[in-house]
Write a protein that binds this ligand. Structure first.
Ligand code: GAP
Length: 441
């Protein structure tokens, strides 16, 4: 990672704290490593990303339904899925600097930080274990889910019965997942508590390849057209045979040009052909029949194949911010802008009275716009400072109420990226702003 890139991450992490996107968890007590709290702007951006995903993957499709499962899952789910026996990483410690690494990510056999000698590898269980109820024995042990997809497989029969879906169809879920990662780092990129957006698409085995290609293409459409990420910062990386997870017969990662990885790219999402691995495993583990009547073929029963799309909200959030962040000079002054897509921007418009004296007359404009979309009202500091604060927060439009507004009942709308301004009557402002939010500038 180059100096410039390290600088960029530092600036972004600082902006996130300053403006209220992301705080380190428990900061007043020294901070909990790799746990992050989303602040007032961060939660809005995160909800907008989740909402966009849910609309694109569930609401606009008749053959994908949603669910929301418990985080604490029956331990047998993880026994059947293979997590209890397979979800381990080989771990080594440096005898000199005491740092800890995943052995499979090291290039040599010495510590990458100080060159010290390393211990023999030990298995490190990645699942968070806790106890349920008052009992202290092993029968009370439960796990926080390390991925959101297994409860989807465990509920497959329930969802089929409730929704009467036919193959092919998908079940989607957004929610928290927990992994005791050995090396949690790079801000929200790798944390121990994180959120996933997963969709499991069930189809007849012969159509798995075609659906894999379809979903891979659809996921790229979401990142580029719905989130507005620059396609040059995205790439597809098919997994090598040896790299595939135990459950997958094929997997392609969607990667983003993150500035902190050694080759410049990091995983945003995986699209995988999980075959019938999971449903077969849960059939064996539970003794329940999870096969499905295949209406397309000879009427026989099949265990559906599964195409999975599995992305992380934290990583998408970070990619969106990195993609949007820019520094530029305007009229001899430096400004920082988050060029967020207007659908993602936490605040859509700021109402700014030119002077404190105009606060009372400008306030009804905020009240008028608040039912339409998130809006803020700011009177503190010079108008230039307030514009820059809104640019940094990614707010697409500023509405200035000046002394002329008292006479002509009009306000000025300023657009964040072009810096163009138009004068608009207050009477038509709500319609004009709704049109701008829908169609852009
Ligand atoms: N169900 C398949 C599955 O969970 P994964 O590649 O382990 O596959 C999917 O995780 C996505 O979840 C990743 O692409 C990443 O975006 C996100 N993710 C996984 N571990 C994460 C972590 N420790 N911190 C943040 N995001 C993580």
């Amino acid at each position: 990672m180059g100096e410039v890139d390290r600088e960029l991450m530092k600036k972004l992490v600082s902006l996130c704290k300053r403006l209220g996107f992301v705080f380190q968890s428990g900061e007043i007590y020294g901070g909990l490593q790799s746990a992050w709290d989303y602040g007032p702007l961060g939660i809005e951006l995160k909800k907008n990303i989740e909402g966009s995903w849910w609309d694109f993957m569930v609401r606009t499709r008749s053959n994908v339904v949603g669910m929301d499962s418990a985080i604490i899952t029956h331990p047998d789910v993880w026994k059947s899925s293979g997590h209890l026996s397979n979800f381990h990483d080989p771990l080594v410690d440096c005898l000199k600097c005491r740092n800890r690494f995943r052995q499979d990510q090291l290039e040599g056999d010495r510590c990458p930080d100080c060159g010290g000698e390393l211990t023999e590898p030990r298995d490190f269980g990645l699942m968070f274990r806790t106890r349920m109820g008052a009992l202290e024995d092993d029968s009370a042990t439960v796990y926080l889910r390390p991925e959101t997809c297994q409860p989807i497989f465990a509920n497959f029969r329930n969802v089929c019965t409730a929704t009467r879906q036919r193959l092919p169809f998908g079940i989607a879920q957004i929610g928290k997942a927990f992994r005791n990662e050995i090396t949690a780092r790079n801000f929200v990129f790798r944390s121990r508590e994180f959120e996933q957006m997963e969709m499991e698409f069930f189809c007849v085995p012969g159509e798995a390849r075609q659906w894999f290609e379809y979903w891979l293409e659809q996921r790229m459409v979401w990142y580029t057209e719905k989130l507005g990420l620059n396609p040059d910062n995205l790439r597809l990386r098919p997994h090598d045979e040896g790299e595939l997870a135990h459950y997958a017969s094929g997997c392609t990662d969607i990667e983003y040009r993150f500035p902190f990885t050694s080759d410049g790219w990091g995983e945003l999402e995986g699209v995988a052909d999980r075959t019938d691995f999971d449903l077969t495993a849960h059939m064996q583990g539970s003794g329940q029949d999870l096969s499905f009547l295949d209406q397309s073929a000879d009427g026989g029963k099949v265990v559906p194949y599964v195409i999975e799309t599995s992305g992380g909200i934290g990583r998408t959030f970070l990619a969106v911010l990195l993609d949007a962040y820019r520094e530029e000079e305007v009229e001899g002054r430096q400004r920082v802008v988050l060029g967020l897509h207007r659908d993602l921007a936490p605040i859509k418009a700021a109402v700014l009275p030119l002077s404190k004296k105009l606060s009372e007359q400008a306030a009804p404009i905020e009240e008028m716009l608040r039912p339409l979309f998130p809006v803020t009202f700011d009177v503190t500091g010079s108008i230039g400072k307030r514009y820059r604060r809104m640019d940094e927060a990614g707010t697409p439009f500023c509405i200035t109420f000046d002394f002329d507004s008292l006479e002509d009942r009009s306000v000025t709308i300023r657009e964040r990226d072009s810096l163009e301004q138009i004068r608009v009557p207050v009477d038509g402002l709500a319609d004009r702003m709704s049109a701008l939010m829908r169609d852009g500038w």
